[in-house]
Design a protein around this ligand. Structure first.
Ligand code: HEM
Length: 316
């Protein structure tokens, strides 16, 4: 399929691509630096066009997220109702740590070179106004599997359920059209994981490995699978979805391999509840056993304003 027009900026629903870059930056605490950053992110649509036009089949997309600590100084806009720094979740055995980050660029394309080029042009514009906190390159692994070998992303919302789950609406009018983003970079202990039988791995995830079929939930009060722990309901019993665009990263030679978790949501509390259930457990004490083989080394929250709000940050 050839698109005539490049994908708009801030497209939460952009397709899952073969390659992605997750770039987290810290902004220098200096008014001039903040001005440069503001005009750069307000002009992200032009920067995106520079790169996406070079191959319209490559599904280039970029989403900019703004962190809680810099929100007021950078945007001058009302704070999104739920925006706050990542809250550490400390379980008996595992901890979801909170780490710094002022800006997130989620850069996606079918082509690695397109992601590379966009990141290069972006960092050239930002110059010394920022420092790189983390720069992770994700890749598609076969039929969208994570490096634990399971298909990842199956239960994501589709159709009308997608904006319903990811896009803030009238409940917070000044932030409407935007989305909360939570990222965590997980490192895997593949040796430990491989020492488990396929049946044990399937019980941990809650789906079969080869053909990706959902398994029944365990009895209440028993050890729950990752899938069950992450099935969240509101006070009316309605299931609350989020959008996950996780990607594998790393290289066998470096010894560092993992899953970059990225969740988009209309309600930050939903992802926070998932983290509580994974790290503290449900019932408390029975944590998600995926964590015995996956350790988060980052944890940051952001808010991605709508494309028009982002563009309006710089009146020029
Ligand atoms: C090491 C990191 C992680 C890996 C490898 C991983 C992998 C998976 C896999 C294989 C599935 C089943 C297929 C699917 O529906 O996508 C799944 C489901 C899911 N995961 Fe994760 N995940 C990770 C971290 C997280 C985190 C941190 C959260 C939330 C804070 C999360 C939320 C979910 C949700 C909501 C589902 C769907 C549950 C349902 O069936 O309704 N995952 N994950």
């Amino acid at each position: 399929m050839t698109s005539r027009v490049p994908i708009e900026p801030q497209p939460v629903d952009a397709p899952l691509t073969r390659s992605a870059t997750f770039l987290v930056l810290a902004v220098k605490d200096d008014p001039k630096a903040i001005d440069t950053v503001r005009s750069t992110i307000a002009g992200i649509d032009d920067l995106s066009k520079n790169v996406s036009i070079r191959d319209l089949n490559a599904s280039f997309a970029c989403t900019v997220g703004i962190g809680s600590n810099i929100w007021d100084r950078l945007t001058g806009l009302p704070r999104p109702a739920e925006l706050h720094p990542f809250r550490e979740v400390k379980g008996k055995v595992h901890t979801a740590i909170s780490t710094p980050g002022d800006l997130l660029f989620h850069i996606r394309s079918e082509r690695r070179d397109i992601c590379f080029e966009f990141e290069k042009q972006l960092l050239d514009l930002l110059g010394d106004t920022v420092t790189v906190v983390d720069d992770t390159v994700g890749f598609r692994y076969f039929d969208v599997r994570d490096l634990l070998g399971f298909v990842d992303g199956t239960a994501n919302p589709v159709g009308q359920a997608l904006p319903e789950a990811t896009t803030v609406g009238d409940e917070d009018a000044p932030s409407s059209g935007g989305s909360y983003i939570l990222v965590q970079k997980y490192l895997h202990d593949l040796k430990g994981w491989k020492s488990q039988s396929t049946e044990q791995q399937e019980a941990i995830i809650g789906r079969t490995k080869l053909d990706n079929v959902e398994l029944d939930d365990a009895e209440e009060g028993q050890q729950q699978s990752h899938k069950t722990l992450n099935t969240i309901e509101d006070e009316n019993g309605d299931e609350q979805d989020v959008l996950r665009d996780n990607m594998p990263f790393g290289s066998p030679g470096s010894g560092e391999v993992g899953t970059y978790f990225i969740g988009y949501t209309r309600r930050l509390w939903v992802i926070e509840k998932m983290l509580e259930r994974m790290f503290i457990g449900n019932p408390p004490g029975l944590h998600d056993r995926i964590l015995d083989y996956s350790t988060p080394v980052t944890g940051v929250t952001f808010f991605a304003p709508s494309a028009s709000t982002l563009a309006s940050l710089d009146p020029d």
